[in-house]
Design a protein around this ligand. Sequence first.
Ligand code: TYD
Ligand code: MG
Length: 460
Amino acid sequence: MAGKKEKTVFFCQNCGYESAKWVGNCPSCHEWNTMVEETVRPEAKTNAPSAAIAKRNKNKTPRPINEIESGEENRITSGISEMDRVLGGGVVKGSMVLVGGDPGIGKSTLLLQVCHNMSGSGHELLYVSGEESLRQIKMRADRLGSFSGNLKIMAETDLDDITAVIEDTKPELVVIDSIQTMFNESVSSAPGSVSQIRETTAVLLRLAKSLGITVFIIGHVTKEGAVAGPRVLEHMVDTVLYFEGDMKGAYRILRGVKNRFGSTDEIGVFEMGETGLMEVENPSEFMLSGRPENSAGSLVTCCMEGTRPILIEIQGLVCETAFGFPRRQANGTDVNRMNLLMAVLEKRVGMHLSSHDAYVNIAGGMKVNEPSLDLSLVLAIASSFRNSPVGDKTVAFGEVGLSGEVRAVSQTQQRVNEASRLGFETVILPYSSLKNIKKPGNIELKGVKNVAEALEAAGI
Ligand code: TYD
Ligand code: MG
């Protein structure tokens, strides 16, 4: 092997595109300056299969499709119902799950809690950390509660050692924290590089499928929101979950981005506390806690997170500008959308906002970019401008068009039901949505056709 010349290839660190020579602009994802030279040894890939492949090839033969038994996947509960919900009803045996998220968001904590619950109910697990020492893991574990000896922990980054341990002890579930720290000797580039991540994942994938072991891989996320390094990782695994939220706020959302065994519409909501992550079974109540009473500029809307309606508070603050150029700021939503809606208020309702600073904020640190938010933004801004509070018991949602018309949004019934469930008395919604709705309880539904009608319905 030593005599052979090593080949170098350029990989895009953003999307994993492979190129024989350096280029400034990636032809695949069009990012600039992302190509990094990495050494690949072709024989490592083709001529030297790992022991696992050699063993597997002998007794694996293709089977006719009609002889294969179908049926439900074999699932086990993770012991955290919000996690089970996002996975589509529990952890599928032999599947590979990627958990991505910003550093410090709580990925290690979440998976250690999964380990806590699953080892407590008798499953044999292995937690491999390339980031923390055994003592550090133990210190975190102590905050989460007492653990069963069914959970083995290991501080290791060498993939050969890890696969040997997995093959030897055959745990039911393995957590790899994180894929960016793992090192495969047959690939000469540094840990965290595209070829390392890809090869390491491929080896783990083979192990997971051949031994029927579930593997959870933790991956850090880049500023752009993709798993650091290659997107190829997302194609290889069965399920991709993102753990996100405002680092300073308490809540975290676990979101399915890809799932071969279920829908990606589900989210799990957690709260980071003293003793780890707690499930939030009632996100609306959580988001609305601490809401001001009868305050101008504050309003509740209902947005959809997957199939779950969540009530959130929108706050608007409009005040006269001290400078010639008014400030506009949006926290948790798109500032351009806010500018557009203010222009609609100015033109269609005659509200003179151009000499005013305006701020909007989504309380609780949620990020929402749904069109259904429009109506509540308009009402919050108008309510603050006119210093006239919208009732505490009112929810508003709907899309606002450039002519000031209020347009229908999806899943109206769920939104109305959620408002009714939490004791709201009035819902201001698009007029065209009214006809398809069954009124839950004695909630009052006010259908509006345009912004002017909405202001009237809200009593602003
Ligand atoms: P961590 O799981 O280490 O994040 P990641 O693996 O995604 O990088 O979690 C990090 C944060 O969570 C850390 O800043 C401390 C906080 N934390 C709590 O607030 N309470 C707890 O019980 C634990 C274990 C962590
Ligand atoms: Mg971590």
